[in-house]
Design a protein around this ligand. Structure first.
Ligand SMILES: Cc1cc2nc3c(=O)[nH]c(=O)nc-3n(C[C@H](O)[C@H](O)[C@H](O)COP(=O)(O)OP(=O)(O)OC[C@H]3O[C@@H](n4cnc5c(N)ncnc54)[C@H](O)[C@@H]3O)c2cc1C
Length: 249
């Protein structure tokens, strides 16, 4: 939906096009190079490469941005016969987060009839270019099964494990706060970075997109400032000499 709306406004979406380099243009601005050797020239550049952020930032700017890729699994479990309706939003079943160990979250049964998504919020560190797609490593499904057996034993079937597993990645910062900042260094304010959404960035997409666009076009995020949002909280320099960033020790 977002891509379709952007295309309507004149954006050109280039799928399956890997950016391998970002450098300063000879007469200012930014040059972006792709894996197939194409070059794109622009006044500004916004980098939002998710779990690949620390790799790209390291290669183009030479510093370590602490955005750790985590291999996460989306797990769907079979609802016990007769309980299908109870676990839908129409029946009032909520989206919830269980902040214990393991941290488990779930959404009402919707996209796959008869199944419900119940997941572990996290996963083992991974290299986004060489993942263990099948299991992601670790005993995540077993841990979620034990949680279900404790809290929802009458509603969800755990025998045989989850019915469907899908691989995904979080891009985790040490404080779970986003990174929204200019890249700085030789790029100054010509390159803007939006990253480290730590498993909770999707719902913020429209707001973060506006902030990134205003930073690129106007040099500052006026809408955020008017709303009283302090963007310094999301700055790269919060990690200077402080590996945990905004986290309380
Ligand atoms: C299982 C799961 C459940 C989640 N649930 C929620 C939720 O309920 N609510 C919520 O708000 N958030 C949720 N999130 C988090 C949300 O999906 C992320 O925070 C959000 O997608 C991050 O957006 P992003 O643009 O930073 O990265 P991504 O969405 O990962 O997009 C990055 C894009 O950059 C591309 N890319 C990478 N490297 C390059 C390169 N060199 N050149 C070109 N392109 C490149 C990638 O292919 C990818 O398409 C969930 C995440 C997972 C994994």
């Amino acid at each position: 939906m977002f891509q379709a709306l952007a295309a309507k406004k004149g954006a050109v979406v280039r799928d399956k096009t890997e950016v391998v380099g970002v450098r300063k243009g000879p007469e200012g601005g930014v040059v972006v190079t792709t894996g197939t050797g194409e070059e794109f020239h622009g006044a500004k550049c916004v980098v939002t490469v998710g779990a690949w952020t620390s790799k790209l930032v390291r290669s183009v700017a030479g510093f370590e941005l602490p955005v750790q890729p985590l291999h996460t699994m989306v797990l769907y479990w079979r609802i016990k016969p007769g309980r299908e309706r109870v676990l839908t939003a129409e029946s009032g079943f909520p989206t919830f987060s269980s902040y214990c160990d393991p941290h488990v979250y779930s959404t009402p049964s919707l996209e796959l009839p008869g199944l419900i998504k119940i997941n572990y919020d996290g996963g083992p560190p991974c290299d986004p270019d060489s993942r263990d797609w099948a299991s992601g490593g670790g005993d995540v499904a077993d841990r979620v099964a034990r949680w279900i057996e404790e809290f929802m034993p009458d509603h969800v079937e755990t025998a045989g494990g989850p019915v469907s597993r899908r691989s995904c990645m979080y891009s985790m910062t040490p404080d779970k706060d986003f990174v929204i900042d200019f890249l700085g260094g030789e790029f100054g304010e010509d390159v803007v970075v939006g990253a480290g959404f730590s498993g909770h960035g999707f719902k913020m997409g429209p707001a973060v997109g506006r902030i990134l666009a205003e930073m690129a076009i106007d040099g500052k995020a006026n809408t955020a400032a008017e709303a009283g949002v302090e963007l310094g909280h999301y700055g790269i320099n919060r990690f200077d000499g402080n590996p945990v960033g905004n986290a309380k020790n």
